[in-house]
Design a protein around this ligand. Sequence first.
Ligand SMILES: NC(=O)c1ccc[n+]([C@@H]2O[C@H](COP(=O)([O-])OP(=O)(O)OC[C@H]3O[C@@H](n4cnc5c(N)ncnc54)[C@H](O)[C@@H]3O)[C@@H](O)[C@H]2O)c1
Length: 354
Amino acid sequence: MRILVTGGAGFIGGHIVEAALARGWEVRILDSLDPGIHPGPPRTNQAAGLLVGDVCDAGAVAAALAGIDVVVHQSAKVGLGVDFSDAPDYIRNNDLGTAVLLAGMAAAGTDRLVLASSMVVYGEGAYTDPAGRLVRPGPRRVEDLQNGIFDPRDPATGRILLPALVTEDAALDPRNVYAASKLAQENLASAWARSTGGMAVALRYHNVYGPGMPRNTPYAGVASLFRSALARGEAPRVFEDGGQRRSFIHVADVAQANLRSAEALSGGSLHPGGFRAYNVGAGEVHTIGHMAAVLSAQSGGPEPVVTGEFRLGDVRHITASSARIQAELGWAPRHSFDDGMREFATAPLRGAVD
Ligand SMILES: NC(=O)c1ccc[n+]([C@@H]2O[C@H](COP(=O)([O-])OP(=O)(O)OC[C@H]3O[C@@H](n4cnc5c(N)ncnc54)[C@H](O)[C@@H]3O)[C@@H](O)[C@H]2O)c1
């Protein structure tokens, strides 16, 4: 198998490259080595061919695609960013980049795509009422949050809802520019599949963590923010009451989900229709407060501080049902939360942005 990993010098892409090489696959990387992300030279495996180039550059994409069976598209501008002035940059890197890549694939006759998507396309997680019926929550009320009532209410009855696992059929509700750009990537991939006869899998990663995660930046995930605080000798600051539920997933498991998807695509065993989305999250559900406590304990640092602070746009609970990818592609996570967090507490992070 010959794969092209866009963003292969990044956190998740780097783990995909290593896992694919370990399987004996031929790997090419297309990565712009964005200096904001890579303050120093990246540590890419020499066995992979590294092309330094922008996915928005049709010439670079054409060169990268020569002889490739499956494209594993990870390059993106990630995270929530600083403010709305970041919007054009998100759309350029994520959506223009995906359009240029897909046009290049159509021209080259490369007809298999694995796309890195995200749980952010859902907005909120799934909730039920006490009778077990799925209910879409309304926006959380400021007075509730000020009074320490963080769980969303049933808009019809005002009763507090119960968290449930989100499935791929849930309504999509991208709530920020990054989320909108990730959903647009999925829509572009679906349109490409329909128009060219190609096949695409979109993997909706949940909270990814593990070695090589970027440090404390406006684009970093919560696990990395806690690790960076502990590295400075500070207590992790946990918002709300720390009870926010997530499906933390180890980056090595995410890499395996990508390889499994590439194999399924090259075997032609994809669900009919050319495009299929899958959640990629751990079966175990943990809270953000628990994760902070485990990281503090494992690194011997100060205990987390639960601040009660809140941000109106934050998602209260979002946890994955990964039943679809398990049933259709045979992927299941291998890393337990306890082992993964023990390793992550002292694992090297990327970049020196503390
Ligand atoms: N990290 C997470 O928790 C998470 C969760 C959900 C989805 N994702 C998705 O996974 C993918 C990988 O994320 P990551 O955490 O590894 O990010 P990352 O920032 O570590 O890696 C992204 C890589 O893409 C490269 N890149 C960015 N723009 C480019 C462009 N225009 N052309 C070529 N290369 C470019 C960067 O140089 C970098 O090496 C992204 O698509 C992201 O949206 C990540």
